[in-house]
Design a binder for this molecule. Sequence first.
Ligand SMILES: [Zn+2]
Length: 313
Amino acid sequence: MKTGLLLDRAFTEHDPGDHHPEAPGRIEAIINELTASGVADSCKPLPERSVTDDEVLLAHTDGYLKTVLREIDGSSGQLSTGDTNFGPNSLEVARKAAGGLLGAVDGVISGELRNAFCAVRPPGHHATPDRGMGFCIFNNAAIAARYAQQKHGLKRVVIIDWDVHHGNGTQDIFYEDGSVFYFSTHQHPWYPGTGMKEETGSGQGKNTTLNTPLPAGSGMAEIEAAFRGPFTTKMKEFKPDLVIISAGFDSRLDDPLGQLTLSDKDFASLTRILSEMAGEFSEGRLVSVLEGGYNQAGLALAVRHHLEALQSV
Ligand SMILES: [Zn+2]
């Protein structure tokens, strides 16, 4: 079985404007690296697919969807809900980003794929139920988690978010939902300001949110301790049916939007830890989706190491 890979120039067509860090060149850099290294050829290409309105509503409110449909109208601008720029093709590309992830979920759950990585943009983890922000329109990982539950009948999903920023949107969507566990390591204090240790979920979701805020300069020692310590303990109780990685590579050394210090090899190590966990609890089912990562050359290398680790499981 092969690792599924969504790698498509269509994801360069979301244009947030000149000099924006969340640039189309991020995808071009990944395509170039994965093609030149031969990694792309050794993966199974994932089909293009667009998310429907009903699928968007798995994680977002009807009011927010209507705002998106009204505001992203073929022109360029910024969502009224937050700091997310869009261009003429952004709605179509955002639908393909979330939809591609659903195709990956189908392939992994059917057993056709070993695991999968989706090199998509716009990213998703800052998008809350009713608010796009932080360069995010739809919360790709959250839609995929709910889709795996509703379409495929999986009970428990874990989302691991190693982006340098806290995934406030993903946390909000599942804060009172005990069936989806959210675990984040992130720089703190940093954008968007959420993700304190004390934020652990509420109601039915009590103790299914786990945050590890880390000071600037932190790296693999601190992050690996969080993965192998409190998180592993939680997963022994939670026993996920599916592992989703919100793979942000702005936690890499030398990212212009972050000050953590992970290396390319560290991303491979974290990937192996999560693959082993998926093997233990989830029959190996693991789907990873690109979030941040703004040093384009570094992002491409980190993604290659991540994919090579997924292939070596
Ligand atoms: Zn980020």
